[in-house]
Design a protein around this ligand. Sequence first.
Ligand code: SF4
Ligand code: SF4
Ligand code: SF4
Length: 331
Amino acid sequence: MKRELKVEKKMMGKNDGGSGASDRDDRPGEPTQPPKVSRRGVLRLFGMAAAGAAPLILLPPVLQKASDAGRVVESQGEPAKGPGGRIRQWTMIIDLRSCDGCQSQGTPPQCTTACVEGHFAPEPMEWIQIFEHELPGGGTQFIPTPCQQCQNPPCVNVCPVAATFSTPEGTVLIDQDRCIGCRICMAACPYDRRFFNWGDPPVPPEALLADYSPEHQVPAKKGTVMKCDFCPDMVRAGTLPFCIQACPNDAIYYGDLEDDVATNGKEIVAASRFLSENQAYRLKEDKGTKPRVYYIPGHGEAVGRDTADEGRLPTEWPWVERVKGAKTWRR
Ligand code: SF4
Ligand code: SF4
Ligand code: SF4
């Protein structure tokens, strides 16, 4: 079903069943008139207005150093701004009605595979992991689970050296140059979304060329903690995160709560209305972590999944093949 491109803004109240963007509900200066959400506005949001085209699949930022040495460093840490100079508030909405764990493709979850390949994430980390969860009435659903980008993040609150931090855009990052590997943050995360890099993983040559940034965490650093970074550098560069580009069912949306807009690369929605009309919820809301990742209830029914079909294929690690024969990286 095609959703509206022009919609009224409908901010979600505190009694919205916990599904609303409640961490910004009471922010002063909210417009009283409902704004329009236009395709042009969304293209501008993702830096695509000049191209006037669908989202571009760019080289991963980790590869940009060789061709554009200064740009990644310059953009890092500078929050993206929307209309009126307001800072973006990145969000992710995962529509579980469209996620079948990639069973219909007969492949491992493409979001997971694309994320690990794009970030050269050390095996066996899965920054966006697909959990199979039993439904109350029988059968199962698949729940893609990245870092929930909490607005009250326990992981940040416990880090003794401030290596993990929240950005003005609402993302939670880890600076592996500061991380001392104490793993207290891993214990504090109620979603088990942090991973420790124990090993000396081989890395492909292009990863060694990367200009390290907490926004992409390449190359990986032994003895530190890693996780989903929400790909803010990709969004600033005008493309969607790897996981979203790779989803064959367009189940994942990325957007800006400040501008009340989100897209899966195929359609554009008003974020608050999309959330409220579809009874979106967040994981473990009782923990008070205020995640920036929202879920629309479902079990893959929009793509014909039978809830009795269990299991999924294991994640692929395409870059591991490429690294065979390359020099093993050590720090
Ligand atoms: S999901 Fe875990 S790692 Fe991510 S921000 Fe929340 S507490 Fe931190
Ligand atoms: S947002 Fe980026 S880091 Fe997070 S799961 Fe998606 S591709 Fe991976
Ligand atoms: S979110 Fe998309 S890519 Fe990921 S498992 Fe579900 S259908 Fe596959």
